[in-house]
Design a protein around this ligand. Structure first.
Ligand SMILES: C[S@@+](CC[C@H](N)C(=O)[O-])C[C@H]1O[C@@H](n2cnc3c(N)ncnc32)[C@H](O)[C@@H]1O
Length: 227
């Protein structure tokens, strides 16, 4: 499901129904030690969707004042209420210098965080595998488990020989306690090494485009008129 959010300029923006907002790390500069403190980024997003610039935001349970800080940073006015005088004092202090911790993930966006190419995504989709982002050895996992363990997949990279791809897959799989693995070959020049393998735990298969292209090239060579 996609939701539509409202931006400052009134344009609709497609939003996923899952928001990737990192938790407040212990060293975040906006952290004030309030036990239920939320990230400013979260409140800022809610405020920008629900209000227009210049609107007034009311938080009758303001705690450490995160909503009020997010409102101030978003060009809204604000009113905060809290039964605890310590909370009111803390909110007032924060509002003297409203700040938020930036997030690399949010800065680059969900799409920017993903490093899989369209080609790799298509390969994983074709075998109904779930993509894994930012892992140096594993590109995805089969949905199906074997003996209670996941089955990792690696797609051979453009400038990678098949032995290197295999080694990276095995190393990454060990830490996840996976014994069955799938390696997808995307280049032909390694075929001599490929069939010497005796490892029963690794299934090596060729990507569809590799099979098709090598078949087409073979046909072309066969049908080429003699010079
Ligand atoms: C979950 S905290 C809010 C935390 C806030 N979102 C933040 O980021 O810091 C709820 C706050 O409601 C306040 N509260 C509880 N009962 C209240 C009441 N009857 N009237 C006003 N504030 C109340 C508590 O003191 C507490 O600070």
């Amino acid at each position: 499901m996609k939701l539509s959010g409202r931006t400052e300029d009134g344009q609709g923006v497609p939003l996923s129904d899952v928001w990737y907002i990192p938790f407040l790390n212990p060293k975040a500069k906006e952290r004030v030690g309030y036990p239920t403190q939320k990230p400013v980024l979260l409140l800022e997003r809610i405020i920008k969707i629900a209000t227009d610039a210049g609107d007034c935001v009311l938080d009758p349970f303001c705690g450490s004042g995160t909503t009020l800080v997010a409102a101030a940073l978003s060009g809204r006015t604000y009113i905060g209420i809290d039964i605890s005088s310590a909370a009111v004092k803390l909110s007032a202090e924060r509002l003297r210098n409203p700040m938020k911790s930036e997030s690399h993930l949010l800065a680059v966006g969900e799409e920017g965080f993903r490093e899989k190419s369209d080609y790799e995504r298509r390969i994983l989709k074709a075998i109904d595998a779930i993509p894994v982002e930012r892992n140096s050895g594993i590109d995805g996992f089969l949905r199906r488990f074997v003996n209670g363990h996941p089955v990792p997949i690696r797609i051979q990279k453009e400038h990678e020989d098949i032995e290197t791809a295999k080694r990276k897959l095995i190393t990454a799989s060990k830490s996840k306690k996976c014994s069955m693995m799938i390696l997808i070959r995307t280049r032909l020049e390694d075929s001599s090494q490929l069939f010497n393998w005796t490892d029963d735990n690794i299934l090596v298969i060729d990507a569809y485009d590799l099979i098709i292209n090598s078949w087409l090239e073979k046909q072309e060579r066969r049908n080429k008129p003699e010079q």
